[in-house]
Design a protein around this ligand. Structure first.
Ligand SMILES: NC(=O)c1ccc[n+]([C@@H]2O[C@H](COP(=O)([O-])OP(=O)(O)OC[C@H]3O[C@@H](n4cnc5c(N)ncnc54)[C@H](OP(=O)(O)O)[C@@H]3O)[C@@H](O)[C@H]2O)c1
Length: 260
């Protein structure tokens, strides 16, 4: 599978799953724009992939929670590459755990605004050019929490369920013009998001970090965390020419935790 002559925008490309996708796409020949708020991380990722794989890359400071920031990011990308992306990976995301009765309007807003709103904004900015070119890939990094519920993450789960609704509807709207829209639903992935979750479990329950980690691993019948590279491997298939028949799907990478 090759991605030569493709330009990919990866939101949240500075660390974790987004970083792994940036490396995988660059290894397969794509030019990459990595967007996030932490400049140092996206600069490091783009420098490393250009050095290792000789592809063009651009760090784009962007907060997907703000329309103006997303529009500026697309302007910078177009100024640099002369065009918008062929592939958009909507990966930027946040999670906060809290009892529903202790959650407030601001926490609810943050999740919907970044996880769902960010996916809307970046897709909306990229799609007209994809339609013109009659080729495009939108890959939304949702979660198994987009398919099933879990305690303490109602705002997160609601935002990720929303991402699946957007994915399925848009997939049907653009299917005839060479564009596919799919979601990936990871289980627990070994990234900072999970390390922060473990810290919170330790603080709230008094469990040790090892016990908290083991409990998360046991959520999967494979009794392990998923590696970010496993998510990236599926993103590569969805981004490729070979993946053109896959559309409107929400595919789990979770070792069998959720069977639908
Ligand atoms: N780790 C898991 O177990 C897991 C499981 C299922 C789904 N997911 C999903 O996978 C995606 C990536 O998660 P991860 O585990 O790699 O998390 P992570 O290590 O915390 O990385 C999240 C990335 O998103 C960026 N980001 C967050 N808010 C942003 C904003 N407002 N604007 C732009 N970028 C923003 C972060 O950069 P800045 O903070 O610098 O902006 C960072 O690059 C998320 O959508 C998450 O919900 C993760």
């Amino acid at each position: 599978m090759r991605l030569e002559n493709r330009l990919a925008l990866i939101t949240g490309g500075g660390r974790g799953i987004g970083r792994a996708i940036a490396f995988t796409f660059a290894r397969h020949g794509a030019s990459v724009a990595a967007a996030a708020r932490t400049r140092k991380q996206i600069e490091q990722v783009t420098r490393e992939i250009s050095d290792q794989f000789g592809v063009e890359s651009l760090p784009v400071e962007c907060d997907v929670g703000h329309a103006e920031s997303v529009n500026n990011a697309f302007e910078r990308m177009r100024a640099h590459f002369g065009r918008g992306p062929d592939i958009v990976v909507n990966n930027a995301g946040i999670v906060e755990t809290e009892l529903f009765v202790k959650s407030d309007e601001r926490m609810w807003e943050r999740h919907l605004n970044v996880n769902l709103g960010g996916t809307f904004r970046c897709t909306r900015a990229a799609l007209p050019e994809m339609i013109e070119r009659r080729w495009g890939r939108v890959i939304n990094i949702a979660s198994i929490a987009g398919k099933t519920g879990a305690p303490y993450v109602s705002a997160y789960a609601a935002s990720k369920h929303g991402v699946l609704g957007l994915t399925r509807s848009l997939a049907l709207e653009v299917a005839a013009v060479g564009i596919t829209v799919n979601a990936i639903c990871p289980g627990y992935v070994d990234t900072e998001m999970i390390s922060r979750g473990i810290e919170k479990i330790v603080a709230k329950t008094g469990k040790s970090a090892d016990e908290a980690l083991e409990a998360l691993k046991r959520m999967s019948p494979q009794n392990r965390l998923v590696a970010a590279e496993e998510v990236a491997a599926l993103a590569l298939l969805l981004a490729s020419e070979e993946g053109r028949g896959i559309n409107g799907q929400a595919i789990n990478v979770d070792g069998g935790t959720v069977l639908f």
